[in-house]
Design a protein around this ligand. Sequence first.
Ligand code: ZN
Length: 350
Amino acid sequence: MATESSNPSPPQNAKVINHVILISVDGLRPELLQAPLIEKHPSMARLLRGPHTFEARTDPDSTVTLPNHVGMVTGRLFAGPLGHNWLGNSDPPKPGAGGTINEMHGEYVASIFDVASDRGVATAVIATKTKFILLDQSYDETNGAMDIVGTDDGRDKIDAFITCKESDQVATETLKFITHSAVKGERSLSFLHFAETDGAGHAQAWDLADETEYRKACVRVDTAIGKLLSGIDSDATLCGHVAIVLTSDHGGGVPPRSHTDPKAPINFTIPFLVWLGVDQAPSDLYAANATMRTLPNAAENPRAEEAKPIRNADAGNLVLMMLGLPAIPNSTVNAAQDLIFVPSTGTTVR
Ligand SMILES: [Zn+2]
């Protein structure tokens, strides 16, 4: 059913989106993307040239890494019978010993990788923490669901699962993957994770002063994103056809060298950026979604039954929609794919 919430007309200068990259910068506080600190991050500044907000929210019950990333790729929050229920935040046990999302939840939890892979879209996870093996284990040739949509693309839902040590390598591997997909005439969905920012925060606190480890790590991540954007710009088959959604699993700073308190605003407040493959005027993602999402009070991360802020878990069904794909079965966040990503004009970013 078409409603006012749908995304009926693409931006005027947009081309067909063939590749979508979902980027999570681990522990990225929104201040890094705002003046004056954004001056040090020219590549992330470019991704601000589209609809975005600095007032997105994490899961209401968790501000740690794995539960929030599982939320992004499954379109579910942590808690409740419809939640993904994955609370662990270290390397998971082996499959069969509790090491898949499906085992934890009690039944199959579909993901963005299911929807994309089953429809012939190439999929990748390129991450910088070993615990992301959870995704590979949950959606591999043994534990992934049967493909009952069209051509059988198999049970393995993640075509390329790559663990990197450094941010630069994430950019290199991503370019390789997308280029390879484009050469084969395939569309693609990539999920990228940059851990350096989080590592620096744990080492020396989420200190926003000049030249801290956290600030230096942000610059390294920005440089890697710059390499990715340059690679896309210089390839005629990719330029204008690759969209990027960038968000984070959590902020950080409560306690000072961590981010475990889900009630702390500096932990649960995160950025959420939508870049549609071309640089556009910056616009407010909440203004575009005035009837569908509620800008929360700065001190609050409302529970699902209380209000609907823009969350990192909105990203899963958003990236599928950007590829023209349906929502993740049984997902609960952005399940109607009603998060509007077409910029509204004349709005001020909040
Ligand atoms: Zn951390």
